[in-house]
Design a protein around this ligand. Structure first.
Ligand SMILES: Nc1ncnc2c1ncn2[C@@H]1O[C@H](COP(=O)(O)OC(=O)CCCC[C@@H]2CCSS2)[C@@H](O)[C@H]1O
Length: 333
């Protein structure tokens, strides 16, 4: 980093606010400064800019466990955050970096960990590992000569949830979306001094990650908070961004429904809307699925939009014993 570094104090654990904050700092704060801060989210999956959200997550698990799902500006794969995970963000000039220089921003992490006796290394395309196991995923976003580099640090996350929440479904998807790269994962805590907790770990990061830089602390003003909340509402709170902005995809799902039979559906989705729907199988029902195809065409895959579209449709006549909520889950999970 070259310019004066601003450390942003922010205590929100709302992932949608936190991603709006990144966008705000990147787009709207003065670029005669560079920025660094730490942030944590309550249980969340953050998907990469070019991913098909539905394909990357275990939607049933996510719904049942109240996990927030949000899309970020940078590319790469899907990661899980809980309060045992802490994220860091750097915003700086790209300078003469011709290619994405991952090491420039991962080395401070490795050096900081060394201070507490943890031997970590930068590995592969975007990971930092201990004993070959990943605890940090990183990605970057570049625009107009500025770079945002952010990464996760699993200090004491629930690793069993990481794999369950990110377990991809057995439905057959086809899309150009970027697929996550599964890794063996670890927490930092088992390698750190025994008495170290998250707060101490965060203070160490704050102290050492920008050591030697000219650092100034910034508290967000009321006005800034309002603007960040506006960005949050316009983008990160919306289904259209978090799910709908996925690349177009097609999916085939096969389910056995008690009292109804085997249903196989095939669906094309563009810009979050159903462009084609068909179903096959040995299900009972004497209604016309062609009418259902027409009804669903153009409808957003958002559960509320589907419920509204199907409000007056006699679904049981097509598929006996399949109620609307279960059908909507079938389409979206
Ligand atoms: N929190 C966390 N930290 C490290 N590794 C993780 C985490 N969650 C999941 N994973 C593992 O990484 C792969 C996905 O790896 P993949 O390489 O596909 O994706 C990434 O690493 C993206 C990193 C994005 C970082 C941003 C920083 C702030 S907001 S999110 C996943 O399948 C798990 O095996």
């Amino acid at each position: 980093m070259g310019k004066k570094v601003v450390f942003i104090e922010s205590n929100s654990n709302d992932p949608r606010f936190n991603l709006a904050l990144e966008q705000y700092v990147f787009d709207e704060m003065p670029n005669d400064r560079e920025y660094f801060w730490l942030w944590q989210n309550h249980n969340t999956i953050v998907v990469g800019k070019h991913q098909n959200t539905a394909q990357e997550i275990n939607q049933t698990y996510v719904r049942e466990h109240g996990i927030t799902v949000v899309r970020r500006l940078s590319g790469g794969g899907a990661v899980y955050h809980d309060m045992g995970n802490v994220n860091f963000t750097f915003i700086a000039d790209t300078g003469d970096m011709e290619t994405l220089n991952l090491h420039a921003f991962c080395t401070p992490v490795v050096n900081t960990l060394e201070q507490i006796g943890v031997k970590a290394e930068v590995s592969g395309r975007n990971d930092i590992t201990i004993d070959g196991k990943k605890f940090s995923g990183n990605s970057q976003y570049i625009k107009h000569g500025r770079i945002m580099h952010h990464g996760t640090l699993m200090f004491d996350s629930d690793l069993s949830v990481v794999s369950k929440a990110l377990q991809v479904s057995s439905d057959k998807y086809e899309s150009k979306g970027f697929k996550s790269v599964k890794s063996r994962v670890t927490n930092i805590k088992p390698y750190a001094p025994a008495d170290m907790d998250m707060e101490t770990f965060k203070n160490i990061l704050k102290q050492y990650m920008v050591q030697g830089e000219d650092v100034e602390i910034h508290h967000l003003s009321e006005e800034e908070l309002k603007r960040i909340q506006q960005i949050q509402e316009e983008r990160y709170n919306t289904w259209e961004w978090n799910y709908g902005a996925s690349p177009e995809f097609s999916v085939q799902k096969k389910r056995r429904i008690e009292g109804c039979g085997q249903i196989e559906i095939s669906m094309n989705v563009e810009h979050g809307c159903i462009t084609a729907y068909r179903s096959f199988g040995d299900y009972f029902g004497n209604g016309d699925t062609e009418e259902l195809q027409e009804t669903l065409k153009g409808c957003s895959l958002q559960p509320e939009a589907l419920a509204e579209r199907l409000k007056d449709f006699d679904l049981e006549s097509c598929y006996s014993h399949l109620d609307k909520d279960a059908f909507i889950c079938l389409l979206t999970e």
